[in-house]
Write a protein that binds this ligand. Structure first.
Ligand code: 5GP
Ligand code: MG
Length: 183
């Protein structure tokens, strides 16, 4: 993989830790308030799910409470399905207890046009009725085509449309890192 390094291996770990703290704070996850919502992290495969699992471990480390993690394959919900090359369906897994009345945090690696997140919102509707939905992304590279924004952003990276963010995660790539390269 070539390109300029945006986040080093240790930067990625620090960024995920910071996002975990922000999720705890904004969702009042560590509060003793019995009315505080149950927090569920739903990753968008593949790397969004990996990030959701990492965030859950960090949140447990910092707040003593591990949120449930699920996974939502959005392939069937895309409005541009026909124009995209076929890929195998990834697994959708609903966490035990479902998502009804919970605070769902959608997790993805890169936010671009916003169409994936829009599709994920469609997909969530079939899984249950959350009290609220938030969005966490490791990288926001701009170029939104829909009125969608992230509640938690690891790093904002202004990009050209022709550029491509490379996201490496230990579980898939042997090490962590984020790179900016050409398509
Ligand atoms: P969107 O639907 O917002 O246009 O694109 C977001 C989805 O496409 C995410 O699931 C993300 O994984 C992928 N994606 C879009 N742009 C990039 C990019 O520059 N690098 C990587 N690694 N993934 C991207
Ligand atoms: Mg993706």
């Amino acid at each position: 993989l070539t390109g300029r390094e945006l986040l080093s291996d240790s930067d990625v770990g620090r960024t995920i830790a910071r996002m975990a703290h922000q999720i705890i704070e904004k969702t009042a996850l560590d509060s003793a308030d019995p009315a505080a919502p149950r927090v569920v992290l739903i990753g968008i495969p593949t790397r969004g799910t990996t990030l959701a699992n990492r965030l859950a471990l960090k949140i447990e480390e910092f707040a003593g409470l591990r949120p449930a993690v699920g996974s939502l394959d959005i392939t069937l919900y895309r409005d541009d399905l026909r124009s995209r090359p076929h890929r195998p369906l990834e697994r959708t897994s609903v966490p035990e207890g479902g998502i009804d009345d919970s605070l769902v945090v959608l997790v993805d690696d890169v936010l671009f046009s916003g169409r994936t997140v829009r599709s994920a919102l469609d997909g969530l509707r079939d899984l249950g009725r959350p009290r609220a939905v938030q969005l966490a992304v490791l990288i926001d590279r701009g170029h939104r085509e829909l009125p969608i924004r992230a509640d938690y952003v690891g790093k904002n990276v202004p990009t050209a449309r022709t550029e491509d963010i490379g996201v490496l995660l230990r579980e898939h790539d042997g090490r962590d890192g984020v790179y900016l390269g050409q398509e």
